[in-house]
Design a protein around this ligand. Structure first.
Ligand code: NAI
Length: 256
């Protein structure tokens, strides 16, 4: 185990292989680093090849194992090819984290078709494509952990995010159903639903909105990326073997 990240979870993932989508930056990068710090070999997937190399470099520089896969999560063929390559290289696959996601906010009446389609494609179709692709190798290995990054917007809604909320509600429905379908093969499928986390995605928000969110959050602050990464790591770890079909809300109590 390396000390690359400040992860507060101690678990041994040596010998395991993980795929993390959207690993070029933000939460995905930290999740990839955390899994690698616990000994997993991590296949880092993203469309941003340059930043992806930075993620992989950061893992390798502290002795972790990682490889970059430039892949658009909406491209069915590319997703299947990526999973095939990972499975062949590592003789199996045990962990998938569906983290790639975007926002294209706007009020319903002004929302363009493309805003709807792109968010649904990346957030929901991408999660479906990777989940379908890993099912076979995980079933063969009779072991698997799938962790999908949802959002509290998919649970309570959020004005200006009809597309995003629908995509994340879809991710939650997908999570619960696939959990039932794969449970008999010892594969668990769970979601993490972050509230407002300090990343590039939320840096776009108006400071007044951020202040309002902090005031409404019982724990009085925005979440840190590590709060999400640690929740993912727990669900990906052997300690979560009897947990499936769940949504772990990481929001400082905002929707409690
Ligand atoms: P981010 O924008 O920093 O990172 C998203 C990553 O996904 C980027 O590296 C991007 O290149 C990649 N990506 C975008 N489209 C892709 C595609 N077609 N194929 C492959 N990769 C693609 O976002 P952040 O904040 O790290 O969010 C990560 C996940 O967490 C997303 O699913 C987001 O919806 C979710 N989330 C984030 C919250 C926050 O407050 N930051 C709150 C709730 C959920």
């Amino acid at each position: 185990m390396t000390d690359q990240t400040k992860t507060r979870i101690t678990t041994n993932l040596e010998g395991q292989t993980a795929i993390v989508t959207g690993a070029a930056r933000g939460l995905g990068r930290l999740i990839a680093q955390s899994l690698a710090a616990c000994g997993a070999g991590v296949a880092c997937v993203d469309v941003n090849a340059e930043l992806l190399e930075e993620t992989v470099g950061s893992i390798k520089s502290v002795g972790g194992q990682a490889r970059a896969f430039t892949c658009d999560v909406t491209d069915s063929q590319a997703v299947n090819d990526t999973v095939d390559q990972v499975v062949k290289a590592h003789d199996g696959l045990q962990i998938l984290v569906n983290n790639a996601g975007i926002t294209r906010d706007g009020m319903l009446m002004r929302m363009k078709d493309d805003q709807w389609d792109s968010v649904l494609a990346i957030n929901l179709r991408g999660t479906f494509l990777f989940t379908r692709a890993v099912a076979k190798p995980m079933i063969k290995g009779r072991q698997g952990r799938i962790v999908n990054i949802a959002s509290i917007s998919g649970m309570i809604g959020n004005p200006g995010q009809a597309n995003y909320s629908a995509s994340k509600a879809g991710v939650i429905g997908l999570t619960r159903t696939v959990a039932m379908e794969l449970a008999s093969r010892s594969i668990t499928v769970n979601a993490v639903a972050p509230g407002f986390i300090e990343t590039d995605m939320t840096a776009k928000l108006d400071p007044e909105i951020i202040d309002g969110i902090k005031q409404r959050t019982p724990l009085g602050r925005l979440g840190q990326p590590l709060d999400v990464a640690d929740a993912v790591l727990f669900l990906a770890s052997p300690a979560a073997a009897f947990i499936t079909g769940q949504v772990l809300v990481v929001d400082g109590g905002l929707i409690a």
